[in-house]
Design a protein around this ligand. Sequence first.
Ligand SMILES: Nc1ncnc2c1ncn2[C@@H]1O[C@H](COP(=O)(O)OP(=O)(O)OP(=O)(O)O)[C@@H](O)[C@H]1O
Length: 231
Amino acid sequence: MQDVLLRVENVSKDYHDGAVTTRVLSEVELQLFKGEQLAIVGSSGSGKSTLLHIMGTLDAPSSGRVLLLEEDLYRVSARRQSQIRNQELGFIYQFHHLLPEFTALENVAMPAFIQGRARQQALAEAGALLERVGLGHRMSHIPAELSGGERQRVAIARALINKPKLVLADEPTGNLDAVSGDAVYALIRELAEQLGTAFVVVTHDHKLASRMDRQVTMKDGKLQPLSGLVL
Ligand SMILES: Nc1ncnc2c1ncn2[C@@H]1O[C@H](COP(=O)(O)OP(=O)(O)OP(=O)(O)O)[C@@H](O)[C@H]1O
């Protein structure tokens, strides 16, 4: 039996607006295995990003639990939560969220600085990752001097620098052309295999989704299997 990395147990999420309550997630159940690559697809507004945020300690569920290696993400201290975000999780967003005043190299090194790694070591590791994503020649550029695809690769390198167990990616190929999208996919696959990182990828890109180990769809507030293992 494979080892479980993340368990989403009976998670519901409601948003309240005055007297109106909207249920976005309804008793969601999911198990993710170590090193597994999972795609979540589903129509716009179905709750995919909400679930991703809940998995990433960024938004508490209204009820239910999320366990990362049996640690309940919403019952630990705020300090432990930020440690988990920095050390166990990596995030890739469609709009990158790179720090505009820092170079590509510094952006990638930032999570390692925060973790307390020595500056020179962090920069060396960031440089090696940038080489691997094909940006060895762009290390000293700031985000405004990079293309969309290049920024996305910087964001991927940044998500991986602390060797997280799980990377959460929201539309990682969303604003890329097909060639750059393929390169991002190839990179995810290669790094996942080399580092044993698990990926949860929310995407409308069916080509990307079909290349993941497993696909699930979000519908009526629940996850339903598309193929591969049933939950
Ligand atoms: N803070 C909030 N307050 C109220 N409603 C919200 C909030 N955040 C999200 N929602 C609602 O929850 C629903 C799910 O949003 P979510 O962003 O998770 O969908 P999604 O499946 O990721 O959509 P898309 O594919 O368009 O990105 C939407 O109807 C949205 O309007």
